[in-house]
Design a protein around this ligand. Sequence first.
Ligand code: ADP
Ligand code: ZN
Length: 755
Amino acid sequence: KKPAAPKVDAPPVEPPKVVANVALARPVRTEFSYTIPVELEGAVTLGVRVRVPFGRRTEVGVVVAVGPPSDKDLAAAHKLRAIERCLDTEPVVDAPLLDLTRWMATQYGCAWGEALGAILPAPLKRERQTKRIWMARATEAATPEALAELEEKSPEQHRLLRTLLGIEGEIGLRDLTNKLGLSESPARTLAKKGLVELRSAAFEPFEVGEQGRERSTPPELFEAQAWAVDAISHCVETRKHRSFLLEGVTGSGKTEVYLRVIERALAAGRSAIVLVPEISLTPQTVGWFRSRFNDVAVLHSRMTDAQRLSAWRRARHGEARVIVGARSAVFAPVVDLGVIVIDEEHEPSFKQASTPRYHARDVALERARREGAVCVLGSATPALETWHAARTGVHAHLSLPERVGGRPMPRVEIVDMRTEPTGEFGALFSRNLRQHLEGALQRGEQGILFLNRRGYAPVLWCPGCRTTVRCAQCDVPMTWHRDIDRLVCHLCQNETAVPRNCPTCSAPGGRMIGAGSERVERTLRKLFPSARVARMDSDTMHRREDYERTLSAFGSGELDFLVGTQMIAKGLDFPRVTVVGIVSADTSLHLPDFRSAERTFQLISQVAGRAGRADLAGHIVVQTENPEHPAVRFAARHDFTSFAEAELVSRRELGYPPFGRILRAVFEDEDGSKAASVADSACQALHAALDGTDAVVLGPAPAPMSLVRGRYRHHLLVKTPVGSARFATARELLLELAESTARPRIGVDVDPMGM
Ligand code: ADP
Ligand code: ZN
């Protein structure tokens, strides 16, 4: 044995005078300190991206502070590592946005680096800047026989190829696999077999909103519009921060108000951001802005990285002064932000479902406040939070009380489906709805039928043992998709063949119960064999082009009836639509969510707004088994105010938003008892910390989706009055637990929008 080498003291380390704090996109709420090598001194400043060593790898992060080392840094001075490279010559994130992301991190309980990750375009989060994308198409070799062969052997390849065969031309691979819940490997295998062709492309071929470059002349404003434009623009021009609720039914001229306000903001040398729900970001919508302004940039999730980066740069350099986009456009780095408009501000899609779980409305209000800008929230059916804030003077309340041209609101007829004779069509189409559809068809007018559920029948039920066929990995019944004759799980997208006999008791004679959009379409074709019908849901609309094509066919009168899910509820404007049927208003009423009444009201109003937009009178038929429900009754009378007042009374009683705040934690694990027991101890810890205060702890309980992809889900809620200090106490407690727990996975959602 060799004698141990004599211990040598580590050479004394000169402690650094300055360190950089770098925010990395990791799920720990801390920043990391690095020393700055001499050659990078001066280059490493606030808001630049740097490459740093982390463990055995390197990562790209953003410098959020430069200054003297903390005591903690000094204590571990010999362990500090140096920044490797500086990736920018000027900051990618300016000081106000840097502050905003720090606010987000605190507000939503995420790492600063995660908040920064939400605002930077993807290419800036990597060192290499451009990334090409894969386009996929089925080849000639993909015959029905080749497809059938895959059915048993590889269900994933089968599903992918079947979908590709249903698409004319090519589609972005990542979009498709995301939608189908698959990895890219089945596509690679299919490509090796010669059944699929993959092509690397720099851009997705479709870009939203190239249209509408020809200038349009603005109409003369009517009084309420002029008043609103002046009130808002005055604040923009005098650099006074203010937020406005612009309440007005569909077709009341809100968009014209936005356009004029933006015009005045531009004239004052300031920039504008317009947020619309992703689904409303159509060439038509973007066209309205392009037809008025030169320097419009569009930002949305379906753009390629290169496109997003270019739009982002144009904003950053002041070349684009009007940004139109979906949720994340709220972070557009425009020069001198003057106004942020959020159209359809009540839309739940403004809340991001993954970390950072921010709400674009709250971020917009915060950003506007910090940057001395104005925020305009527009809606026909404001979120109750927004409406309450307007009532209590937090937002100035502007309204456009009438439809442009004095057109009447369409008549809404409620049909009680419990008293309708059932029969071949009865369960889906009431006599009333059938009559109106028939009339429209005879007069050459159009109809829209809405049902917020896809597939043919949502339940396959065995009368023998009274059970339904459920997904093996999720706790939901499988939906029968008749077009492909498969059972599909809508949570995990898994498919199976339709069993001939009940999987539980082997009895034959399963029954298909209930209806989805596919059934509505088929029944409609049977009812009106001469009608030209199209269906729009995510089973038929794979690409943005499909969506645009179907809408333009409908717009030009090539179709009589359009059937669809929420995809057709938004922002469409077709003058010849005179009948709108809500096949069932009940799907959203039974959501396990305190907002279910609000959602139902919004849905009915929104869909109702699709009819009678031009000179023709419209009929809206709302079919329901809950005709007495306030959401249904008030929506039928177009009476948002009464609905909101009634709903606010119950929200106040129950301590729900806008009077209370909610914190939700979800515990997920393959081992159900593990998820349950950690949720349970979290609850006990919360009780210990909060009992006797104004906070209420609810749960734990199985989450409304209690099993997804083989993971059991339990959840708990904490409810506090608005302004209670206990909210932060509970949030910290849960976040610390989440950070220190590997299993189960714990997700904490601040101000959740759904359960
Ligand atoms: P909203 O955004 O509230 O649904 P829009 O701004 O799209 O309403 O207006 C509905 C229709 O009325 C549009 O076709 C728009 O061009 C037209 N319009 C808006 N304001 C005026 C006005 N002052 N005079 C004439 N037409 C107008
Ligand atoms: Zn499933």
